[in-house]
Design a protein around this ligand. Structure first.
Ligand code: PLP
Ligand code: SF4
Length: 347
């Protein structure tokens, strides 16, 4: 006997995945400098800060609420605020500061792929970032045409597959984790077909500026990758860490990622031994080892952040005299045409 067909249920609703929470928080980022200052109780002194509408047009302000919450209320010199506030100083042309300071324009090897160093291919995954850092070379790089995601990954993956000398792919940008997780999975599924890849590296500021990005979907993707994964974070000041960041970093480590940090040496942000030592120690408490301390790339609009080489070297020497060896980052500069980051040395 044929059992009666079950009564028809409601037709299955095609699953539209809910918008991940981090994407909502991303959209809620503050984009108006005056709103940022008002939140920090600084509207009264806005005039004296050198705020620039022109700079904000050239490279708009963008900062998530969670990062603003880590700024000190009422302090116009807050080291986190200084990293994001568009200032008049950015609009003053400075000799020696250019649009393509690190020679990326000349090093392209495929759509969104930059091959400068032996064994490593850097993939400009996307041009988007959750935060806009005023010192960043990104303010000028023509990302719209150059990202690998915009080219559908295919050209980038083909370029990597065609070069057996590449054993490490570095996802960079912009911030690669600004892409939705299924989009990242498309890329890594294609890269998994490339037999000569041994390592994957991800350069991202998102776990620090928007720790909600480290959600279950991202962790599932990360845990399933077929290579050892190194995540190079970007925090410039100890105050960028808070309990939500700590929790996100613990989740990343739980998924098997090795965590490193790169910072940029920035005047008025971290140009003191105390600030640099605190950054290394605070990172270590969250399971992160320092990797690089970069001398600023000389991009137009960033000159007011520059720390002279002799000062940088002196800071680095004092840092090495204070901290465990593994808490001392390498002090480097990127020089176009060099085979790797160039260590700063005494003249
Ligand atoms: C910085 C950089 C790398 C990575 O260099 P490491 O010293 O291995 O961290 C790779 N490719 C490009 C184009 C870079 O700028
Ligand atoms: S690429 Fe990094 S440094 Fe530049 S704006 Fe994005 S997050 Fe900031």
């Amino acid at each position: 006997m044929i059992p009666a067909a079950p009564a028809p249920q409601h037709a299955p609703v095609p699953a539209t995945p809910p918008t991940p929470r981090w994407q909502q928080l991303w959209r809620d980022a503050v984009r108006d400098p005056r709103e940022l200052l008002a939140q920090l109780g600084l509207d009264a002194v806005a005039g004296g800060l050198g705020l620039s509408d022109d700079a904000a047009v050239q490279f708009p302000l963008r900062v998530p609420q969670g990062f603003i919450a880590r700024m000190r209320h009422g302090d116009p010199h807050d080291p986190l605020l200084r990293q994001v506030l568009p200032l008049d100083a950015e609009m003053q042309p400075m000799p020696g500061f250019s649009l393509d300071a690190v020679g990326d324009g000349a090093a392209k090897a495929g759509h969104g792929v930059i091959r400068k160093y032996r064994g490593r291919a850097l993939l400009i995954a996307t041009g988007s970032c959750a935060i806009h850092c005023r010192y960043c070379f990104r303010r000028h790089f023509p990302y719209a045409e150059e990202t690998a995601a915009a080219a559908g990954w295919r050209d980038a993956v083909d370029a990597i597959a065609a070069d057996a000398g590449i054993d490490e792919v570095i996802l960079s940008g912009g911030d690669p984790w600004s892409l939705a997780t299924p989009k990242l999975a498309e890329l890594t599924d294609a890269l998994a077909q490339v037999p000569h890849l041994k390592r994957l590296r991800i350069h991202t500021r998102l776990p620090v500026v928007l720790p909600e990005r480290v959600d279950e979907a991202l962790l599932a993707w990360l845990s399933a990758l077929p290579w050892p994964v190194t995540v190079v974070l970007h925090a410039n000041h100890a105050n960028e860490f808070d309990p939500a960041v700590d929790a996100a970093l613990a989740r990343l480590r739980g998924a098997g990622a090795l965590l490193l940090n790169q910072a940029v040496l920035l005047r008025g942000v971290n140009d003191s031994v105390d600030a640099l030592a605190a950054l290394s120690e605070r990172g270590h408490a969250a399971g992160v080892l320092p990797y690089y301390l970069h001398q600023l790339d000389r991009v137009q609009g960033s000159a007011h952040f520059e720390v002279p080489d002799d000062v940088a070297l002196q800071l680095h020497r004092e840092l090495a005299a204070r901290l465990s060896g593994y808490l001392v980052p390498k002090l480097v500069r990127e020089v176009a045409g060099d085979p790797g980051k160039r260590p700063l040395t005494y003249a």
